[in-house]
Design a protein around this ligand. Structure first.
Ligand code: GDP
Ligand code: IMO
Ligand code: MG
Length: 423
């Protein structure tokens, strides 16, 4: 058993990563976010409390675990401090159990302006960004202009901030923006003052020490494989590496230290924002799944698009990440449907293919479905896999046969308790 495992989403995000990281944390000493930022919304439910985390790892409710915000994450200090303020009354002492990488990049108020300007310029081709400034911040990182958390400890932090802000304002020269920049900056600097009193750390070194000391590390992905900047439905993706490789670069974790790669997926598919979605159900059934599954964004509240399970895309995600265990979420939402379609191939430019083509646009590609029997039982009270309907078991076996990877867990509701282990 190696020291570091990764848990990540295999679809277009919102698979239920927050819930599962919370469930798994009791077996880990360190939980670490490696990419993304406040575009993420990870929901946890236990003891009647529902909590949404954006930047803070989902292991935070377990006092014994150290939670790390890694170098690959981008941080908006205002959103970050709001998250801390919600956790404090719940008895979470972030100063004790949270470590923030000095190498993580900061999202400035002007990054959010640039995000909005970029989306406006794209018009009907907009990505549907969460408008949290994610893309422009990663652009400054790779463009070698970024401001990092550790810079706040330097005497010339304000000059560095001003230089980057000026660059942004020059880029937007003349662009209209309905945004009170001065007020946003005041709030931002106040949040930075608070952030610097939290434990900033060289988290890459911390992770390496934890590994050598035999500690168990869980890397928590944000977004999902189909939103990866290289392997997702480009350009309708986010700006980071959401796949397993991102855990190495986003934490300073060498590839040969990774043990299990746990991939999580919904029993159907959702996507929020623009971009191709081959199995989308843009009809009454799609609406029924949206309502039953409460498919509204955890960060933006936008309705999520819904559709059938896409096994071609899932298998691709399994391969790209080297997934060793699968977990299937939201099985309860499909109860009551007589039959369930699963996409097993695409008809692409007139030919049937079982790989993910370069482009997934609907004018080039049509899903080929196999119909499987559904289940009528309410699953939300089920606590043992032996009590799951036989048709659900067959659905899971079909997925295992197609992907070649075991489904170790089935989730039947948002609560910690609604979690069934198959192995
Ligand atoms: P994440 O971004 O991957 O952490 O997922 P989100 O939190 O954005 O979205 C998942 C939503 O589904 C949240 O509202 C969860 O509370 C909820 N959820 C997670 N697992 C299940 C499940 O098995 N059944 C149902 N009905 N809801 C679930
Ligand atoms: P979690 O971690 C679902 C989507 C946005 C948009 C695209 C780019 O909760 O699964 P960005 O703001 O990153 O520039 O937006 O990516 N997106 C997500 N969709 N879940 C997320 O995170 C997402 N984070 C970004 O809707 O289409
Ligand atoms: Mg989410």
């Amino acid at each position: 058993m190696k020291g570091a495992d990764i848990l990540l989403g295999l679809q277009w995000g919102d698979e239920g990563k927050g819930k599962i990281v919370d469930v798994l944390t009791r077996d880990y000493d360190v939980v670490a976010r490696f990419q993304g930022g406040p575009n993420a919304g990870h929901t946890l439910e236990f003891e009647g409390i529902k909590h949404v985390l954006h930047t803070i790892p989902s292991g935070i409710f377990h006092a014994k675990a150290v939670n790390i915000v890694g170098n690959g994450v981008v941080i908006d200090p205002v959103i970050f401090m709001r998250e801390i303020d919600k956790l404090t009354p719940m008895g979470v002492h972030c100063a004790d159990c949270l470590r923030i990488s000095r190498k993580a990049h900061l999202i400035l108020p002007t990054h959010r302006l640039l995000d909005a300007a970029s989306e406006a310029a794209k018009g009907k081709n907009k990505i549907g960004s969460t408008l949290k400034g994610i893309g422009p911040t990663y652009m400054d990182k790779t463009g070698r202009n970024g401001l990092r958390v550790g810079d706040v400890e330097l005497p010339d932090f304000m000059e560095r901030y001003d230089a980057l802000k000026s660059k942004h304002l020059q880029m937007m020269d003349g662009a209209e923006h309905a945004f009170d920049l001065a007020a946003a900056e005041t709030e931002w600097h106040a949040a930075m003052d608070r952030l610097k009193s939290l434990p900033l750390a060289d988290t890459d070194v911390l992770i390496q020490e934890a590994y050598r000391a035999g500690k168990r590390i869980l890397a928590e992905g944000a977004q999902g494989t189909m939103l990866d900047v290289d392997f997702g439905t480009y350009p309708f993706v986010t700006s980071s590496t959401t796949t397993a490789a991102g855990a190495c670069t986003g934490l300073g974790l060498a590839p040969n230290r990774i043990g299990e790669v746990i991939g999580i997926f919904k029993a159907y598919c959702t996507r929020v924002g623009s971009g191709p979605f081959p199995t989308e159900l843009d009809n009454d059934l799609g609406e029924e799944i949206r309502q039953k599954g409460h498919e509204f964004g955890s960060t933006t509240g936008r309705p999520r698009r819904t559709g059938w399970l896409d096994l071609v895309a899932l298998k691709y995600a399994v391969e790209v990440n080297g997934v060793t265990q699968l977990m299937m979420m939201k099985a309860d939402v499909l109860s009551g449907l007589e039959s369930l379609d699963v996409c097993t191939a695409y008809r692409y430019r007139g030919e049937e293919v079982s790989h993910l083509p370069y482009r997934l646009d609907s004018n080039l590609l049509e899903p080929v479905y196999q119909s499987l029997p559904g289940w009528s039982e309410d699953l939300t009270g089920v606590r043992h896999t032996k009590d799951l309907p036989a048709t659900l078991e067959s659905y899971v076996r079909f997925i295992e046969d197609y992907t070649g990877v075991p489904v170790v867990l089935v989730s039947v509701g948002p609560d910690r308790e609604q979690t069934l282990w198959r192995r």
